[in-house]
Design a protein around this ligand. Structure first.
Ligand code: KG4
Ligand code: ZN
Length: 372
């Protein structure tokens, strides 16, 4: 297959990505990739160019659609992706230099909601087939993990990654693209899920994370103290479901049958909850750095947008002498840029055209493997 750049994907055998390789961004490649994300409740698309960086990106959030139900309704999510994806793509493709300039199409193949994934996969594979360019399936969490590499001063491999999203919480030793050694993960709720469920039981609506952290700004420091689950477990695993129960108990102690929680008490509980999560995430990240002997920490996923977490980690980085890397706020939560970028990293290795559009609603990050 010939790319617009004149490279032949089928015969080209690029060097293998290795740990310590400084060449972890495809800057040297004249490769332009369209990325499509539709794994949950954001319809997003972007065009990433290996030399010029991000050319276009658009995100449509379904938050308002699901808010009435207090969480994502899978069938509504699929239908809305169907409605929004094509108009979004038109815009992004036009801003990204037109379809003739696209060398490949990357899409989130998993993990995520089956119906939602199928929309992105079907559109991506069909477009790739008709434009005669390769399509590549991207692991959503690899997208998150590599998102900080979109920044101007990206981390070099190897590094420790703290991935904190709505569906996953894990620490990984990242040796290179696709080489993810999982050091620990949540045994129950993900950090974002804990934010969302706690926000819901405090009546803060959906999505809960941003609302909870906003209200926590008005909280009284030290009024309440919640447990730090598994802080001293001696491993790098997490558990957050008990924290939500502790919040429920605390809330019940401060409300009666006739009287709801007052605003200040809710804010104080939010702050106590956030303090607990941030302390656990920060200390486990430090333990992961110590265990691996590494001095670079990458934080990604929706909870990576949390201001208190960023401040806590940056403070620790100054004291303990390690470097911490985040994506831009808009690229912490789901977006198309991270999929286009991860796709660009993999595409040159996986150029394939097929009528299938395989998706993997469950997909183990540790099984990905380096591109070959
Ligand atoms: O990465 P993401 O967009 O989706 C998944 O892959 O799951 O993460 C969404 C999660 C939600 O649980 C949301 O409440 C949480 O990230 N989140 C936050 C903040 N912004 C988003 N949690 C805490 N503080 C925030 N500022
Ligand atoms: Zn995500």
């Amino acid at each position: 297959m010939r790319l617009a750049s004149g490279l032949d994907l089928a015969v080209r055998k690029p060097e293998k990505w290795t740990a310590n390789s400084k060449d972890h961004r495809p800057e040297l490649q004249s490769m332009r990739v369209l990325g499509i994300e539709s794994s949950c409740d954001e319809t997003a698309a972007a065009v990433y160019d290996g030399q010029r960086g991000l050319l276009a990106h658009e995100i449509y959030s379904q938050a308002a659609l699901h808010a009435a139900y207090g969480g994502v309704v899978p069938e509504l999510a699929s239908r809305d992706h169907l409605r929004k994806l094509l108009p979004l793509l038109k815009k992004v493709i036009a801003e990204g230099g037109g379809k003739g300039a696209v060398d490949g199409i990357a899409y989130t193949a998993g993990p995520g909601l089956v119906g939602a994934l199928l929309v992105g996969a079907a559109v991506a594979r069909s477009l790739a087939y008709s434009w005669r360019v390769p399509a590549v399936s991207v692991h959503h969490m690899e997208g998150h993990l590599l998102a900080p590499l979109l920044e101007a001063d990206p981390p070099h491999f190897p590094f420790v990654a703290l991935l904190v999203s709505g569906g996953h919480t894990l620490l990984a030793h990242v040796h290179g693209v696709g080489q993810y050694e999982i050091l620990g993960s949540s045994l129950d709720d993900a950090a974002g899920e804990a934010f969302d469920k706690t926000a819901k039981l405090l009546g803060l609506g959906y999505p809960g994370g941003p609302a909870l952290s906003k209200l926590a700004l008005q909280g009284t420091p030290g009024r309440f103290k919640l447990p730090r689950p598994m802080l001293n477990s001696g491993d790098l695993n997490f558990s957050f479901s008990g924290l939500k129960t502790a919040v429920l108990t605390l809330a019940n102690q401060h409300r009666s049958d006739t009287q709801e929680l007052d605003e200040q008490t809710r804010a104080d509980i939010c702050l106590a909850f956030q303090d607990a999560i941030v302390e656990v995430l920060t200390k486990k990240s430090l333990a992961a750095l110590k265990q691996t002997g590494l001095s670079r920490l990458v934080v990604a996923g929706g909870v990576g947008a949390n201001k208190q977490l960023r401040e806590g980690l940056s403070h620790a980085a100054g004291k303990k002498n390690f470097a911490v890397f985040y994506p831009k706020l808009e690229f912490c939560t789901d977006n198309g840029a991270m999929i286009a970028f991860a796709g660009a990293m993999r595409l040159r290795h996986e150029g394939r055209r097929t009528m299938n559009f395989p998706i993997k609603p469950r997909w183990d990050l540790a099984q990905l493997g380096a591109p070959d």
